[in-house]
Design a protein around this ligand. Structure first.
Ligand code: APR
Length: 307
């Protein structure tokens, strides 16, 4: 039987996720949105693109959660994006209602689904989705780390003129401006970034990575980034459905790892058919650990507000 993936919110990130996923041909797709006709129109358009690239994927658009029944994975992208000058945290209350409803509705129709959350503020929304669905923690994963790491990889590639394939970067922590790019662990073809770039250039890349989402928001003026967030979700979906045991940074529920408990937070996780198979604990320096703790404070404050 074919896999089924439902995407709640057929806006910029939701529709682009469907696009990247259809190219990978890993599942049939359902797009759900509150706007009448829009998910149906986008689904039909995408369906009509697939003969050109030879992919057999059924794409359905709907305003009704019943269409999501029996999903293997539910992706939640519904909610407001940032406007220029806003932080992701400014979206907390408005998006909490939307994510809660999406979680409650989808779990009814897909009791065995794994949930991938994209709506911001990401770590708090992942926590909310876990509570609203009542599923075990390993079945809820927030997308942020692949995106933040890819941004850093892109900036390093631009700086050095080296293939992106050679560049490995790891960004942990909450999905906000206090995120923690790990410059010691990041490398170009095995050589640590700290050995290649001057401290100044490295600091500039770290800073641009931390503010990477905001840079795009201020350029777009309406809405936030969608190509890179969406392809990051597609990678997670493929890793789960193919049971790849892929290690990526993502937001997972911590129960003592990195000295943190009771919050979703960006850490390296191993993804497979069960969802989060394992949280990987890196050996961090004192400075890295302190930066993570600082980032965790912001996430914990958001979660406290939700409670
Ligand atoms: N149920 C389903 N869809 C909803 C609901 C709801 N209750 N409320 C809003 N939506 C839909 C909107 O109609 C819109 O089509 O969510 C979609 C959001 O799409 P965009 O406005 O294009 O926003 P997008 O860029 O996709 O970002 C969505 O992801 O990355 C995060 O910060 C971003 O929180 C934001 C979310």
């Amino acid at each position: 039987m074919k896999n089924k993936v439902s995407i709640i919110g057929a806006g910029m990130t939701g529709a682009t996720t469907a696009h990247w996923l259809a190219e990978r041909e890993v599942s049939d797709l359902v797009l759900v949105d509150v706007v009448e006709g829009m998910p149906q129109g986008k689904a039909l358009d995408l369906q009509q693109a697939l003969p050109v690239i030879g992919k057999d994927v059924k794409v359905i658009g709907s305003n009704d959660y019943a269409s999501t029944a029996g999903s293997d994975i539910v992706i939640i992208t519904a909610g407001l994006p940032r406007k220029p000058g806003m932080s992701r945290d400014d979206l907390l209350y408005a998006n909490a209602e939307i994510v809660r409803k999406a979680a409650e509705e989808t779990i009814r129709y897909s009791p065995d689904a794994i949930f991938i959350i994209l709506t911001n503020p990401l770590d708090a929304m992942s926590y909310l989705a876990m509570k609203a669905t009542g599923v075990a923690a390993h079945r809820v994963i927030g997308q942020a780390g692949i995106l933040d790491s890819a941004r850093m990889r892109a900036f390093v590639a631009m700086e050095l003129g080296v293939s992106v394939e050679n560049i490995h970067c790891y960004v942990l922590g909450g999905h906000g401006d206090e995120m923690v790019p790990l410059t010691r662990a990041s490398n170009v073809a095995g050589v640590p970034l700290e050995d290649i770039l001057t401290a100044d250039r490295l600091e500039a890349i770290v800073d641009r990575t931390r503010k990477g989402g905001g840079e795009i928001v201020s350029l777009l003026k309406t809405g936030s980034a969608y190509y890179a967030p969406a392809v990051a979700i597609a990678q997670m979906v493929e890793a789960i459905l193919k049971d790849k045991h892929l290690i990526v940074p993502a937001s997972a529920y911590l129960q003592g790892e990195y000295g943190l408990t009771g919050l979703f937070f960006g850490v390296p996780v191993q993804l497979g058919r069960k969802g989060v198979e394992k949280v990987i604990e890196y050996k961090l320096s004192e400075a890295e650990m302190a930066a993570l703790q600082k980032s965790a404070q912001g996430v914990a404050e958001n979660i406290a507000k939700l409670k």
